[in-house]
Design a binder for this molecule. Structure first.
Ligand code: NAD
Length: 503
């Protein structure tokens, strides 16, 4: 007999794929079921066994890459404006399905339903934003000092591979698929084996909106099988990876063998710096949102809270009081603010990190080191008395756990913030405008907030410094990543100079 978890997930999925007998890969308008080893999923809210499906293996990669090469030619042959119109139609298709998509994401990933609704709406915005760019990003005319007309064209890479994690499956696919297809590419999207569902639906909706069949294929299965087979496939011309640094290294190594360019969007250990002159109420609310939103499973989470010594005890207590009030609960409950951790491996890691912090001398100002009886729930946790050399301050926890580290001066705050291998994000809270900008200019991070945290928009570039990765996503910068430049020279002289004179 099927468990409730399995039934819930399958019925939410059947809303989109009523005829699918099994979860497979979405290729060329069809659900193609793999024949590889079984991927067994578990319900994050109960820990019960949920859906199982076969890994797609190299076979789905071969089918998807052949379809992508055909579809990309058809897609690129359209006018730029026509591609833009399809992008707007995709946004409409997504908007029509906000509630069923949010429900599917919530059940599959364990995320609170109210967060999922917002995330789905954002994906529609991402397609609109890049739909607007489809006919506005082309090339230049270069004033070369010869008799030539020299111009550039921004051309698609061809077929790009996108490998994404489990923490924000819907958002990640809008974030990356939209700019890729807006620029004329086909996409092979390999979502996490733990959360393929909403990505498969996005593949379906893209086609429903009028994109050629096979333009975006969604491949279900493991990274070491499906993603690695795709990196080796000759159709792939670029790899965009969102995930952990350890996997990022493996992917960059495999891509280097084929001289494939990569974008790596990796992890973080971001510093959220609070000075004694900050608005303490707003800073405390900001500190909670920075770490507890999405149950801390967010690459930009403000997981190191740096607090000036003069307000350390008072401020940490404020954050801890707020943490204790957060409603942790079932993902589908509308009042839930923080849901479970997505999977058991991650849950075990988070609990191990809390233990390691306590053993190293940190104090549990909020939260608990007790494991939950059912599901992968972790109470919002604040560890105080932490120093930046402890493992909890250096390793990405990727859960609702913030470590509070005291500092004395501005210089010391900057030094501690930058004493990390990561460089994804950070923030400063202060009423001193000059100091805010001074600090912002000195922190090694791709995104930085002043008196705020976590504002992110599709129009603004995003990416990491250091071990948080390289390349940029979002905004106009993503368009450079998804195109290559061709320089074209046209001779305009009646009697051109001899070619030997050119160099
Ligand atoms: P992960 O690295 O384990 O997996 C990410 C993807 O890589 C999955 O699709 C997985 O199947 C695939 N993969 C795994 N092993 C592979 C291999 N050997 N070859 C090819 N592909 C392989 O990451 P995760 O646990 O799913 O996600 C959490 C991580 O993602 C955290 O470190 C988080 O910070 C990071 N993340 C970063 C960003 C960002 O924008 N910087 C955004 C979201 C998440």
């Amino acid at each position: 007999m099927q468990s409730n978890s399995t039934e819930n997930l399958l019925s939410a999925f059947a809303h989109f794929f009523p005829n699918a007998k099994e979860v497979g890969s979405y290729i060329n308008g069809e659900m193609v079921v793999g024949a590889g080893e079984t991927v067994q999923l578990f319900d994050p809210a109960t820990g019960e066994k949920s859906v199982a499906y076969p890994d797609g293996g190299a076979e789905v990669v071969a089918q998807a890459s052949a379809a992508a090469m055909r579809a990309q030619k058809e897609w690129w042959a359209l006018t730029h404006a026509a591609r833009g119109r399809v992008m707007f139609a995709i946004a409409n298709e997504i908007r029509k399905e906000i509630e069923p998509l949010a429900r599917l994401e919530s059940i599959a990933a364990g995320k609170p339903i109210r967060d999922c609704r917002g995330e789905v709406a954002k994906v529609a915005e991402q397609f609109e934003y890049y739909g607007g760019w489809a006919d506005k990003f082309y090339g230049d005319v270069i004033p070369v000092p010869t008799t030539h007309l020299n111009y550039t064209r921004r051309e698609p890479m061809g077929t790009v591979l996108q490998i994404t994690p489990w923490n924000a499956p819907m958002n990640t696919c809008g974030w990356q698929v939209a700019p890729a297809i807006a620029m004329g590419n086909a996409v092979l999207l390999k979502p996490s084996e733990l959360t393929p569902f909403t990505s498969l639906v996005v593949g379906l909706l893209i086609e429903r909106a009028g994109a050629p069949k096979g333009l975006v294929s969604v491949l279900s299965g493991y990274g070491h099988t499906v993603a690695q087979a795709a990196i080796a496939n000759q159709a792939i011309k670029k790899v965009v990876f969102v995930g952990s640094p350890a996997t990022g290294v493996r992917i960059a190594e495999a891509a280097a063998k084929r001289v494939l360019p990569c974008v790596l969007e990796l992890g973080g250990k971001s510093a959220n710096i609070v000075f004694e002159d900050a608005d303490k109420r707003l800073a405390a609310l900001g500190a909670q949102a920075a770490i507890f939103a999405a149950c801390g499973q967010s690459c930009v989470a403000g997981s190191r809270l740096l607090v000036q010594k003069s307000i350390y005890d008072e401020f940490v207590q404020l954050v801890a009081n707020g943490a204790n009030k957060i409603k942790v609960g079932a993902p589908l409950d509308d009042s839930t603010e923080v849901g479970p951790i997505n999977n058991k491996t991650q849950y075990d890691h988070v609990m191990k990190m809390i233990d390691s912090g306590v053993q190293a001398g940190a104090k549990l100002a909020a939260g608990s080191a007790e494991r939950s009886d059912k599901g992968y729930f972790v109470r919002p946790t604040v560890l105080s008395n932490v120093t930046n050399d402890m493992d909890v301050a250096r390793t990405e926890i990727f859960g609702p756990v913030v470590v509070a580290i005291p500092f004395g001066t501005e210089e010391e705050a900057i030094e501690i913030a930058n004493d990390s291998e990561f460089g994804l994000a950070g923030a400063v809270w202060t009423k001193d405008v000059a100091r805010a900008h001074r600090v912002a200019g000195q922190i090694n991070a791709g995104t930085f907030w002043i008196n705020g945290y976590k504002s992110i928009n599709v129009a603004s570039p995003f990416g990491g410094y250091g071990r948080s990765g390289y390349g940029r996503s979002s905004g106009v910068e993503a368009l450079y990543e998804y195109t290559q430049t061709k320089s074209i020279w046209v001779e305009t002289a009646k009697e051109p100079a001899t070619p030997f004179g050119y160099f």
